[in-house]
Design a protein around this ligand. Sequence first.
Ligand code: 13P
Length: 231
Amino acid sequence: MIIALNNKCNLTKEEFLTYMTKLNEIQSKHTIILCPSFTNINLYSSNSIHLGAQNVSSYEEGAYTGEISAKQLKKLGVEYCIVGHSERRIYQKETNTDIKYKITHLLQENIRPILCIGESKEERESKMADKVILQELESALSDLKKEDLNKIIIAYEPIWAIGTGFIPNNDEIEEMFSIIKQKYPDNPVLYGGSVNQNNIEELKKISSIDGYLLGGLSLKINELQTFVNRL
Ligand code: 13P
């Protein structure tokens, strides 16, 4: 299984150094990917946990103040990068075109994109969830060569489940995973959105889940260890 930890906009330098020490004590046979804030990437240190980023510029390099390129990430040892997180689509108005460029630059640097997709509450209620995620996938991935496509990790994160404590029921998750896997059978698909050490027992019953993308739980080391033990 792949367990990706999205720290989001949390942990100062000092807090991160303490966190990193504790995280390294977690025992797991699974692939753990830590995605810290940009400011903490250079402070990462681990023999067992992989390094990811939370975002990348849609530009290759140049006069783009505040942006960080795929090449810069690569030189820091980044192996994975989240793209298209709903928080960026909503707050930074990131478009499917931006996301496509980001994926292109990441693949050029041999960094594996973790592409986030997911529907809003309104889209689910109006039975548009499947159309929304397929469109997000299609627009990001349609032009990729097979060998590049195989490097993509897909993360299904219903927007209404992120940080809310609400989580789809197993039938709903299975339905979405089956839609994704019919079109992209060779890509790992993660579930994200309010995953914790309690609901993992129920989620574990879904055999098509290849891993999890964790937000809040990524910051709670003790609960994270319990979660990993239960996998
Ligand atoms: P929570 O686990 O806090 O709901 O966040 C999920 C998420 O957005 C991970 O990218």
